[in-house]
Design a protein around this ligand. Structure first.
Ligand SMILES: [Zn+2]
Length: 298
């Protein structure tokens, strides 16, 4: 796969210094630091393993976070707004605290769409709803929205790629798939562990890996994750975020919120807000999407 040469971090910093622009502008002005517009499957930094956890947050996520702390490891969580958990931006649920813990511990939060939609099969309007609704929820909880995206079902057509590029996203797949979603029973998780080992044991000095897994799976949290972390430690790799494994500094992993306040609607969580409109069609949702589009400089 072709990867454009990375722009040295120092050069990025000097651009920021010279122009006194925000991190947002920096990302937009240096789009080839990490490429957009096609699917990234490999890390570019040697000697690292980027563990990724999709489909959460969920009941087991805090256990995964405990394990990552224990190993002083960093990872990336590709979040859904309405999948295994709902109301991720409602105060009375555990999810806002879990999401803040991720960021507070130095992990990366990325998008996995609002409802785990297949963005290849979706039309343009659906793609925008799926991306912007999750952004809305994450902005409410974290004050920021991500610049990294993992497509559900690992599929993003050329049209999908072009559209999420326009929204400012890097598209991330993986080069190691333990298939933990298939081998998620106490008596089958061995196979997921074997698949991870097979990949990592075959590494050469300076190899790096981008690993798919799912924190919504109990066996992933309880068995596979500690196994992967121990193996990474034994091999002398560093467990890092996707951004770090691509040489991208943390300020480039998210955009600050630059979307106008919603007025009264902002008091509701996004799941409730979205659901309340569904009976009457997408009109109000698409009105919000249009607000986002009008406000974005790109
Ligand atoms: Zn998924």
């Amino acid at each position: 796969m072709y990867l454009p040469k990375l722009i040295p971090f120092g050069m990025l910093l000097s651009q920021e210094h010279d122009t006194n622009k925000s991190a947002n502008d920096l990302v937009r002005r240096a789009p080839d630091a990490v490429p957009r517009g096609y699917i990234i499957e490999h890390c570019t930094v040697p000697g690292v393993v980027a563990l990724t956890f999709d489909d959460g947050p969920y009941t087991f996520t805090n256990h995964v976070l405990d394990l990552l702390d224990q190993y002083n490891a960093k990872a990336t969580f590709f979040i859904n707004g309405d999948n295994w958990s709902r109301h991720i931006d409602r105060k009375s649920t555990p999810w806002p605290e879990t999401l803040r813990r991720m960021v507070g511990s130095g992990h990366q939060v990325g998008s996995h769409t609002w409802s785990h939609a297949d963005l290849t099969a979706a039309d343009s309007a659906t793609r925008r709803r799926e991306m912007y609704l999750l952004e809305k929820a994450l902005v409410k909880v974290l004050g920021r929205y991500p610049t990294y995206f993992r497509p559900p079902y690992a599929t993003c057509s050329p049209q999908c790629l072009a559209e999420v590029e326009q929204m400012g996203y890097h598209v991330i797949n993986f080069d190691v798939d333990p298939k933990d979603y298939l081998y998620n029973q106490p008596w089958t998780v061995d196979e997921a562990m074997r698949r991870f080992s097979q990949a990592v044991d075959a590494g050469q000095p300076g190899s790096s890996f981008l690993v798919l897994s799912h924190d919504v799976q109990e066996q992933t949290a309880k068995t596979l994750t500690p196994f992967m972390l121990q193996k990474i430690h034994e091999h002398g790799y560093r467990a890092v975020t996707v951004g770090e494994c691509l040489g991208d500094p943390p300020e480039n992993w998210r955009f600050a919120d630059d979307i106008p306040d919603w007025g009264d609607e902002s008091d509701k969580d996004t799941t409730t807000w979205f659901g309340s409109w569904l009976g009457s069609g997408y009109g109000p949702v698409d009105k919000y999407v249009q607000t986002v589009l009008d406000h974005r400089p790109f």
